[in-house]
Design a protein around this ligand. Structure first.
Ligand code: UTP
Length: 301
């Protein structure tokens, strides 16, 4: 049992990153030297995906160009003997992996974006990856961890994480029945609940394994929170028909849809970057030493 197709909804407006996202996609923002979408694609490929389906909107040409062959750039790097850079550019999409681009004409919500992939996904189980949730899996990429669960249970699996009670209003929150360590069956799912109404603090984050039944259910889903067609609402309908599992992945998630999460990711990935780590660490140490020296004694107290 393998999953071959991965859907990347990249048609959101990215309003929290304006003006950076006025003419370019949020998913093209780099973490150190690689755009968010490339981390997501690599994670999907490491979990077996061979067909990458991008749901794009306005100003998303940069994503198409990024995964396209860049003949002139390659010729130039070759002429200058820049072999390592040439490899970096050529390896963006490995052989045997294909990219499909589908336009979401209007940003009607994540559920609607996923439904745009129906013609390309057909009747197969598939991945959905939100590239602005960057996950550094501890032992294995998060999607590969989820794929292990899928191979055992053959059903939909959602990536989940415990969040502070005050943050539940930013997520789909689930009520669950334990199945095993880090794994539970979802009984109920609510989009962006108030803290006092949330069934738990277990939040769904940007990785999903879904059965194709979801497409029919999205079709029947009316506009929900924020006037958008919510994936959460279609998943809620799915709970009446199929088992949906919540999996607490091992690793660290960076919410790169928020400025603070994005900066955290850049700092932490910078500290692990093979070419930069040492110099960047010294720079940060110097910076914090400066802060400490400058902080008045009373404030330190
Ligand atoms: P977000 O809720 O982060 O929205 O979407 P956004 O528009 O990207 O960003 P902000 O909140 O305005 O800053 C979650 C994911 O769903 C995709 C986004 O691209 C992002 O990956 N999405 C959302 C779509 O593809 N289409 C939509 O209509 C809405």
């Amino acid at each position: 049992m393998r999953i071959r197709k991965a859907v990347f909804p990249v048609a959101g407006l990215g309003t929290r990153f304006l003006p950076a996202t006025k003419a370019s996609a949020k998913e093209m923002l780099p973490i150190v030297d690689k755009p968010l979408i490339q981390y997501a694609v690599q994670e999907a490929i490491s979990a077996g995906a061979q067909e990458l389906i991008f749901i794009t909107g306005r100003s998303k040409n940069s994503i198409m160009d990024h995964f396209d062959k860049a003949y002139e750039l390659e010729a130039e790097l070759e002429a200058r003997n820049k072999t390592k850079m040439l490899e970096t550019v050529r390896d963006i999409v490995p052989p045997g992996v294909t990219c499909i681009f589908i336009r979401q004409a209007e940003a009607l919500g994540l559920g609607h974006a996923v439904s745009c992939a129906w013609p390309a996904v057909g009747d197969e189980d598939f991945y959905v990856i939100l590239a602005d949730d960057l996950i550094d899996g501890r032992l294995q990429p998060a999607l590969a961890q989820m794929h292990r669960v899928y191979q055992q249970y053959g059903t939909s699996v959602l990536a989940t994480q415990r969040v502070p009670k005050n943050d539940v209003g930013s997520y789909g929150i689930v009520e669950t029945q334990p199945v095993g360590p880090g794994l539970s069956e979802i009984r109920r799912i609510v989009e962006k609940p108030k803290p006092e109404e949330a069934p738990s603090n277990l939040a769904v984050v940007g990785r999903y394994i879904l059965t194709p039944r979801i497409f029919k259910l999205i079709e029947r889903t009316p506009r929900g929170a924020g006037g958008e067609i919510q994936l959460t609402d279609a998943i809620s309908a799915m709970l009446n028909e199929q088992t949906v599992l919540a999996y607490e992945f091992e690793g660290t998630r960076y919410d790169c849809g928020s400025k603070l999460g994005y900066l955290r990711a850049n700092v932490e990935f910078g500290l692990k970057h093979p070419e930069l780590a040492d110099d960047f660490r010294s720079y940060l140490e110097g910076l914090t030493a400066g802060w400490n020296a400058e902080t008045p004694k009373a404030a330190k107290g």
